[in-house]
Design a protein around this ligand. Sequence first.
Ligand code: FAD
Length: 480
Amino acid sequence: MAASIKDVLPSTCSVVIPSKDSVLKELLPRRWMQQTSSSLPASIITPSTEEEIIEVVKYASANSLRVLPAGGGCSAYVVVNGKTIYLDMQNFKDVTVDTTKHVVTVGGGVRWAEIIGKVVEKGYYTAWTHFSSTGVVGSSFGGGLNSFIGMIGYSCDQIHSARVITAKGDVLTLSHESTGQEKALFNMLRGGGVGLVIVTSLTLRLHKISSLDIEEGGKAVDYTAMFPPPAFEYAAELYAKLTPITDKRFSVGCAIMNAPPGMPISGPVMMISANFIGTLEASKAPLEPLLSEETKSKALFVMPKTTELARMTEQADGRFRNGNADMDAYNAMMTRIPASTVRAVVQRWIQFNEESPALAAKSTLVMAGFSNAGPQAADPERETGFCHRERRFLGQVIWTGMTDDEIRLVGPFSEEILAIFRKEDDAHGVPKTVFPNNMRAGTDMTQMYSTAAKMEAVHEVKQYWDPEGVFWNPAVNGWK
Ligand SMILES: Cc1cc2nc3c(=O)[nH]c(=O)nc-3n(C[C@H](O)[C@H](O)[C@H](O)COP(=O)(O)OP(=O)(O)OC[C@H]3O[C@@H](n4cnc5c(N)ncnc54)[C@H](O)[C@@H]3O)c2cc1C
């Protein structure tokens, strides 16, 4: 056994070995979520070359350690502990836009924020997530919800090819042309790809902005309406009128929370936001319920806005800029959210806000509705690792600025809200599912690989490519 990982790597490669006094949050400042399931890693390594990564993988294999590649640091499900070599991919930052093949190739540590401008500048868009600090690889491994979903599907559906390092230290290029076990691995990476290989670069399909009928200057449309408590019943009905989404250019969100600073009122508000990849004029008919005189009379405001595609993901809210936001998130994907569900969720949150105002102030309940036309068309054969293509609702309980004790306290309330979200689907015998990107540590993984066939497939891929568990996939390796 090598004395130390430092012995097998060049002195130029950054290696940090924590001491017993090290503090996890200080060691991993770029992680966004709470880390109550994690403890100090064996080491943190920041490689710059594929050769260095191969040495790390071989060292981990020889020493029964686990390599955990990290990109944007946004996931809540990642568990770090004494067996973990935390592989910070931040030096893998190349971005190349190929206008002949209509693809972009990005390094394994690139975040969406680092490519959007470069892609738009050349006249293209792709399925970047709503929030652009997420890693391109990490968010594509768990789906990738985005504003273009109705038209082109999830981020994972854009994956054209991937350059990967396997648990044996082999370098492979995987693509739609791959065959046999390589094809099985490539398919699983697209939406079910956590803990199978290390991606050093990913190539994604691009789509021409000129094919979109949007506002001049390449701008898309969004509307935000804010409702005070007397109009909550109306807002719940309105959300149900706007969904399920039938126009593939739309996504609609509904949030309940305490009004952020600077708003016309304080205390509980409901917000309905609609995102439309089209012109203001074209948005008027399908969004009529939101733009009606009745809605304007009930809402504090209904605000239309047009935004350049390159700026769509900019976050107005400072909490979401810098990592270490001590966030937590619970989610469920559904086939339906009727008005009765919205009402029940809102009522339960208002009760919670009265009982525990300090905790409620850190919460936002979100219901997202989106078209499933893009996801269904992108993978009609259901080959990719992503399982929930027919679902078109996401329900979430999001917490920010939480202490470890608070995280434990809000667990039962969060689970209760998920149960309300799922009640209608339960009544129709629809299996429970989770959106993989936003799942927490400890999630029942049959909710991610939600068909028996997909669960079997991920076990087979893992057994073939990584039988010793050099990488970590919670469905196969568990949550420790
Ligand atoms: C504020 C916020 C907003 C979000 N908004 C959205 C959204 O709009 N749409 C959406 O779909 N999701 C969203 N997410 C969820 C996000 O997509 C997931 O958390 C995703 O896992 C983030 O990937 P990452 O690289 O940032 O995270 P990391 O924690 O670094 O990585 C996530 C997983 O990917 C693996 N991984 C990362 N890079 C590599 C690599 N190069 N090779 C192999 N494995 C790798 C990691 O090992 C880990 O298992 C959001 C998250 C936050 C915190």
